[in-house]
Ligand binder design. Structure first.
Ligand code: ACO
Length: 671
């Protein structure tokens, strides 16, 4: 079901891409992929690209060619220096895997005399197999360096080399000292030498017999260098370089992800898909006891995803979620969301200034008790940002906020939608976008002083008067308003807020269908129970005729502790034992991005012992199952990310064994 929901999200996303894309060739490819994914939902199959040729498209691959190059030119060097060259080669391969190819028309303009038909074929393949799958993970994804060869490398090498060197020069001050020589001295030389081999007609590195010829097949270098998997880090730093936030970032999903070297923290256009797995994760995912068989889900999904069964307009029925109409409008490009703000060190942008004035107007009209000058001051204050809702080029609503990353929260200062656009779901969709924006920026708490009349709205957005942020964190930071109520909202980073109501709706429909099926199967009527008439006061539930056929199962195999205090104490003791175990060290804290490149792209639901302790403290574990599921997640994640021979993998196995021993000891599962 998750996989199919993933495809549905990808279809929606591609739909927006088709509409927003201006380049005709790219648009055409998006459209073909859109149709392909839609078909795969209807047929409940895996999306299969129907191309005349399947990858790899040329041999040897770029990766193999670069390996051969290192072997050819540097095999005589001492091992330390060879190591440096390998590092350069890896960096280079990594760059290609995230390189944004120019479109065929851009290329025609840049190199007018070149024949572009061949380039267009490769560009299309690259979009289908490498680029689009980066943001639509229901499509199989390949690395550019593994499926393309010299032809593609030749078409990008010159421009790529120029841009990489230019960028290294511009950012040389930000380079860590240990990388400076590598990037500024060795890398240019490495690229010049490689360039010669790329364009030479007789270079041996592109020969399929290269290894046999030069080394007699003795040195297994083929697999020495490959681009590190799924990492977007810059070539000289493991963590992304921080770039000053620009004054405007698009939030609407129509934005095409930008996998170039620059990172722009304000842009949150890339689709966050916490809810569905990557396609390669799927097979590895452990089945949970009681899971509904996949075939059955597929069968049910077939009736649900059939467009004839759910026409788009039915989404807007009285039972539809509040934000559905807004989400559809956004998908069609009727409305847009942008995070904007004033800046003192960037040239004022006329459009943004106009929007800021528009926001100031909406807030002033909708919040008449706030002095106009005060609203103006905050909206134009560079420390405040505003998520603005734009319709027909005009501002119709927004949420002005100030982020306090060091304090772990964001203050919502003003929130309003213009009068004639209220109660259409815009307020909800605005808040959902704001939540996703903050999850991206790793701030998971909102605080706001809500107007008496707005308390209802904030409650519906998940705010409560029970504030989770410690007082010491916000006193002195947040502005205090008389007559208003302080409300807070804690965000859950696993929830894709703007898609949440659609996902829940689909899940509900599936469950409804499953119940209907079950009911159809068990139409048998059993005679009533007569034992009570004979004086029996109590019978075991499982002895009721027909009860098992309904799908009822005796409650878990272990003991569910009813008393919350007893459950808390038991879990606390188990967690303490686990944390003190000698193999617990890798799981004590959340995995740091800098230490495990690409971890959060691979692992969608991270978990660690510190987070579990916090959850336990906040009384989140109301059943043993919740607790066990989190702990199991730690082990499964570890085995998913790390190879079996790694230390971490072994620790996970040992700790898991220990944990289940403890759980049995406590009687929470059967011995
Ligand atoms: N009281 C109770 N419920 C409300 C209110 C309210 N004042 N306003 C909206 N709701 C409900 C809606 O009925 C809807 O509920 P439902 O899903 O059960 O039908 C839900 O909240 C969300 O409705 P949306 O259509 O998504 O929200 P809308 O686009 O109308 O925007 C907003 C809500 C921003 C509060 C808008 O009504 C507004 O601008 N009001 C005037 C300004 C205001 O009061 N702003 C908040 C001040 S506090 C502050 O800024 C920190």
């Amino acid at each position: 079901m998750n996989r199919l929901l993933g495809v549905v999200l990808d279809v929606e996303y591609l739909y927006t891409c088709v509409h927003k894309e201006e380049d005709a060739d790219t648009k055409q490819v998006y459209f073909s992929l859109f149709k392909l994914l839609r078909k795969s939902i209807l047929q409940m199959g895996k999306p299969m690209l129907e191309a005349q040729e399947s990858p790899p498209f040329e041999k040897p691959s770029i990766e193999q060619g670069v390996n051969n190059f290192v072997q050819y030119k540097f095999s005589h060097l001492p091992s330390k220096e060879r190591q440096t060259i390998m590092e350069l080669a890896k960096m280079f391969l990594n760059q290609i895997n995230y390189w944004q190819l120019e479109t065929p028309s851009q290329r025609r303009q840049r190199v007018p005399n070149e024949e572009t038909a061949g380039y267009k074929v490769n560009y299309t393949r690259w979009l289908c197999y490498c680029n689009v799958p980066q943001f639509c993970d229901s499509l199989p994804r390949y690395e550019t360096t593994q499926i393309f060869g010299r032809t593609l490398l030749r078409s990008v090498f010159t421009i790529m080399r120029k841009q990489l060197l230019e960028q290294a020069r511009q950012e040389k001050d930000k380079l860590p000292p240990e990388k400076r020589t590598l990037i500024l001295t060795h890398f240019p030389k490495f690229l010049s030498m490689l360039e010669e081999e790329v364009y030479s007609h007789s270079s041996p590195i592109w020969s399929l017999e290269f290894l046999a010829g030069t080394t007699g097949g003795q040195i297994p270098v083929q697999t020495v260098i490959s681009a590190p998997p799924v990492t977007r880090s810059l070539y000289y730093s493991a963590s992304p370089v921080s770039v000053e936030p620009s004054t405007c970032g698009s939030v609407s999903p129509a934005r095409k992800p930008n996998p170039t070297l620059e990172s722009n923290p304000v842009v949150v256009g890339e689709k966050r898909k916490a809810s569905e797995p990557l396609h390669h994760e799927e097979n590895k995912r452990p089945r949970v006891m009681g899971d509904i068989p996949m075939d059955l889900i597929n069968e049910v999904m077939a009736t649900i995803t059939d467009p004839a069964t759910i026409p788009e307009t039915s989404l807007l029925s009285a039972h539809s979620a509040r934000d559905e109409a807004a989400r559809l409008e956004e998908r069609r490009g009727v409305i847009e969301f942008h995070v904007i703000g004033n800046s003192l060190n960037q040239k004022p942008n006329k459009r943004i200034l106009m929007w800021l004035v528009g926001l100031q107007n909406v807030f002033s009209h909708q919040l008449p008790r706030m002095p106009k000058e005060y609203i103006t001051r905050l909206v134009f204050d560079p420390k405040h940002k505003t998520l603005s809702l734009i319709k027909d080029g005009r501002v119709i609503g927004g949420i002005c906020f100030r982020m306090f990353p060091s304090q772990g929260f964001t203050e919502i200062v003003f929130c309003a939608v213009t009068s004639n656009e209220q109660v259409k779901g815009y307020g909800t969709h605005l808040m959902n976008h704001l939540k996703e924006y903050h999850i991206k920026h790793e701030i998971l708490n909102f605080l706001t002083y809500a107007d008496e009349y707005a308390i209802g709205y904030f409650k519906k957005q998940g705010f409560s008067k029970d504030i989770k942020v410690p007082k010491s964190k916000y006193v002195g930071y947040i502005k205090d308003y008389e007559g208003a109520t302080l409300m807070g909202c804690e965000l859950n980073p696993s929830i894709p807020y703007t898609e949440f109501s659609v996902i829940i709706k689909k899940q509900k429909e599936i469950i409804k269908k499953l119940i209907e099926r079950k009911q159809a199967q068990i139409r048998k009527v059993y005679p009533g129970l007569s034992c009570f008439k004979d004086g029996v006061r109590q019978i075991p539930i499982e002895s009721i005729p027909g009860i098992r056929e309904t799908g009822w199962k005796p409650a878990g195999k272990g003991k569910e502790l009813k008393d919350p205090e007893q459950l808390y104490t038991t879990l606390k003791s188990i967690l303490q034992h686990v944390k003190s175990h000698q193999n617990a060290w890798p799981f004590m804290e959340p995995v740091k991005k800098t230490e495990a490149p690409g971890y959060y792209q691979v692992i969608r639901f991270p978990m660690d012992l510190k987070t579990m302790s916090e959850r336990l403290k906040s009384r989140y574990y109301t059943t043993r199952k919740l607790f066990m599921a989190d702990m199991q997640r730690i082990f499964t994640n570890c085995r998913e990310y790390n190879p079996p021979e790694s230390e971490y993998y072994k620790c996970a196995n040992l700790l898991e064994k220990f944990f289940y021993g403890k759980i049995k000891e406590a009687g929470l599962i059967e011995k």
